[in-house]
Design a protein around this ligand. Structure first.
Ligand code: ATP
Ligand code: MG
Length: 649
């Protein structure tokens, strides 16, 4: 990995960027040397109703973990994302909305309209009896009303919890009950990829098993006829017409909860992550501006769904706190065809584009013509998040989408972290395909030896990734279960925040995320990240995607089990199997030679597109009876095929 090709930042980037290499070094030093002073200064990014006098109050000690930032300050997040921009940019577009169907008109919502719409929604919620500290579930398509709903909750001090619109009624019901929500905000239907999901009907099914007092607010998206319960359902679209469009924002303490959001469920039962008001907003705003090098007037697009933390921090809160123009896309990358992302970039002249490796891999497999037929000259920067990106996919993204011109920010972070913890900064750092490179300001990564928990100081290093000190965007607790919070993140490596991820620091001191700690395999005494083997497989021209797990092996301790999805048009064969074995052996070394290769028409993924290796591990171990929580799985049917054709019996 240390001999990977390095891409230095372009001269233009270095010149124009918010942060260049010298500034990074200086600011990073300051952020670590005197965090109180550094974060007191950064706290000025937001407007406070009552300024804070305390900055940081943190304890990572098991049994008394507490995380407080700006604790005595008071502010309102929606006022920061909307009201404070009205004088200077009331007529500027806040949200560009691009619908699922390209024939339908896009919408441009100005900051002034955003204010009016958010206030209407806030007033309707208040009329339904929702107040400070109450929970509201948002189960919505990617339409501007989803952002209004988030900001409306923030305005009146209610805590939102967004449930991705693709989730089942059961998953929705569990989250309504888990948060004891007063209201569910949904829409009649959710158009996606040319099909309409019956959202309201799904919500009805979920609500049937919930407290009868829970109200259901329905936004009209398609106008479809939907079942109606007069006692429970409220027609938001009809009501909004006559609801006042101003609403006083609630005064919130910096440590009042802003939202609850469940993790993706890649490694087990999803955790209800709680983020609070002041520190979260400061961190989301700062990372959005600096990582993406956002400048006034830029058009910024993050393709995530608001159901994930990426949508919270980098579609809504970060960009709007910065007065940016943020694009919200209702559809999918492959509808009507694999050119859609690039058409949207061309149509709206997108400057910063942020997506996930799963989308990049899928689109790469469709061929370059879908990209090259579009005018992508507006693009200045590309970003990725969610999983390690294979160098092969990185290079395609850089060369074909970015035309070799755009830096790629490979942002490593988690639902728990609120914002980016590691990423190259476009005007400051070299990029290496697949590396998260450098810590963000205030972040102190440490690499620990997994069993002794000792810090590895020298480079290169490989081990467990922990963070030695807090940052303002850090989660505060697991909703309703502070003990699980402490146990999950602070018990295995005392005194540190344990990320659950493994990493390498190369000879240059740059960081590479190697995947989940659980995914590290030990072959004949050699520890190996499965991501490395996966990247080698994906680098073969006939392979579209690969997932690698360990399984018990009599001789080696653990064997290497590979699930391989071939490029469209390629046929599995014994010859190809041998070819791939030899290929990996060649790319990495004899130790990494696959023991078993299973042809996988599809891989089990979370709804956010992450490969669920824990399920693949079970199948590889021939122990597929108890697969654990599968409620966040995108397509359960792929699992049946994998079980049926398993290689280790
Ligand atoms: P759960 O915690 O429920 O198992 P999850 O960890 O997939 O689910 P998220 O918070 O959505 O839930 O994802 C965070 C994880 O995603 C990180 O811990 C890391 O493993 C992976 N990840 C995110 N971004 C990157 C990146 N740029 N490079 C490598 N890995 C990444
Ligand atoms: Mg996680």
């Amino acid at each position: 990995m240390s001999d990977a090709r390095t891409y230095p930042p372009s001269e233009a980037m270095v010149k124009g960027a918010h942060v260049n290499a010298e500034q990074y070094a200086q600011m990073y030093e300051a952020s670590i040397g005197d965090p109180e002073a550094f974060w007191a200064e950064q706290g000025k990014r937001v407007d406070w109703i009552k300024p804070f006098t305390q900055v940081k109050d943190v304890d990572f000690t098991l049994g008394k973990v507490k995380i407080n930032w700006y604790a005595d300050g008071q502010l309102n997040v929606s006022a920061n994302c909307i009201d404070r921009h009205l004088d200077t940019r009331g007529e500027q577009t806040a949200i560009i909305w691009e619908p699922d169907n390209p024939e339908e008109d896009a919408q441009h919502v100005t900051y002034r309209e955003l204010h009016a719409q958010t206030c209407k929604m806030a007033n309707v919620l208040r009329d339904q009896g929702v107040g400070k500290g109450d929970r509201v579930i948002i189960y919505m398509p990617m339409i501007p009303e989803a952002a209004y709903a988030m900001l409306a909750c923030a305005r009146i001090g209610a805590i939102h919890s967004i449930v991705f619109a693709g989730f089942s009624p059961d998953a929705l019901a569990a989250r309504i009950k888990g948060s004891e929500a007063k209201v569910v905000i949904t829409a009649d239907e959710a158009p996606r990829g040319g099909r309409n999901t019956p959202l309201k009907t799904n919500a009805d099914k979920a609500l049937a098993s919930c407290d009868a007092a829970v109200k259901c607010l329905v936004v009209r998206r398609t106008g479809a006829d939907v079942p109606w319960d007069e006692a429970r359902d409220v027609d938001y679209t009809a009501l909004a017409k006559t609801t006042p469009d101003t609403c006083e924002p609630e005064v919130m303490g910096a440590e009042d909860p802003l939202f609850i959001l469940y993790t993706s469920g890649s490694t087990g039962q999803p955790k209800g992550v709680v983020h609070t008001t002041g520190g979260y907003l400061v961190y989301a705003a700062m990372t959005h501006e600096i990582t993406f090098d956002y400048h006034d007037g830029d058009i910024y697009w993050c393709t995530a769904d608001v159901g994930w933390v990426t949508g919270h921090s980098y579609i809504v809160y970060g960009p709007l706190a910065n007065g940016a123009t943020t694009l919200m896309f209702e559809g999918v990358p492959t509808y009507p065809d694999a050119s859609r992302f690039w058409q949207v970039c061309e149509k709206h002249k997108v400057n910063q584009f942020y997506t996930a490796p799963t989308a990049i891999r899928a689109l790469m497999g469709q061929g370059n013509e879908f990209v090259t037929r579009c005018d992508l000259s507006s693009l200045k920067l590309l970003g990725t998040v969610g999983e390690p990106i294979n160098p092969e996919a990185w290079t395609w993204y850089h060369e074909v989408v970015g035309q070799g011109r755009c830096p790629i920010v490979d942002t490593w972070w988690q639902t728990e972290t609120g914002g980016h913890l590691m990423t190259p900064l476009p005007g400051a750092h070299d990029m290496k395909p697949g590396a998260a490179m450098k810590p963000f300001f205030g972040i102190r990564p440490v690499v620990l030896e997994p069993t002794s928990a000792e810090i590895i100081e020298d480079n290169p290093a490989e081990g467990v990734l922990c963070i030695a000190d807090s940052w303002p965007g850090q989660m505060r607790t697991v909703w309703g279960d502070h003990e699980r919070f402490e146990k999950t993140y602070f018990s295995d490596y005392p005194g540190y925040y344990f990320t659950g991820d493994g990493c390498k620091r190369d000879a240059d001191g740059d960081y590479w995320i190697t995947g989940r700690v659980d995914d590290v395999i030990n072959v004949s005494g050699h520890r190996m990240g499965t991501a490395e083997v996966e990247s080698a497989l994906v680098a073969h021209k006939k392979v579209a995607e690969a997932a690698v797990v360990g399984y018990p092996h009599k001789v080696k301790g653990q064997g290497i089990y590979c699930y391989v999805t071939l490029m469209g048009g390629e046929e599995p064969s014994e010859d190809l199997r041998k070819e791939l074995e030899a290929w990996v052996r060649n790319e990495i070394g004899p130790i990494a030679k696959p023991d078993l290769i299973q042809w996988a028409p599809g891989l089990p993924k979370t709804r956010s597109g992450k490969i669920m290796r824990r399920i693949l591990r079970k199948i590889a171990e021939n122990d597929y009876g108890a697969l654990g929580d599968t409620s966040t799985l995108a397509d359960p049917s792929v699992v049946d095929d994998l079980i049926e054709n398993r290689m280790n019996r």
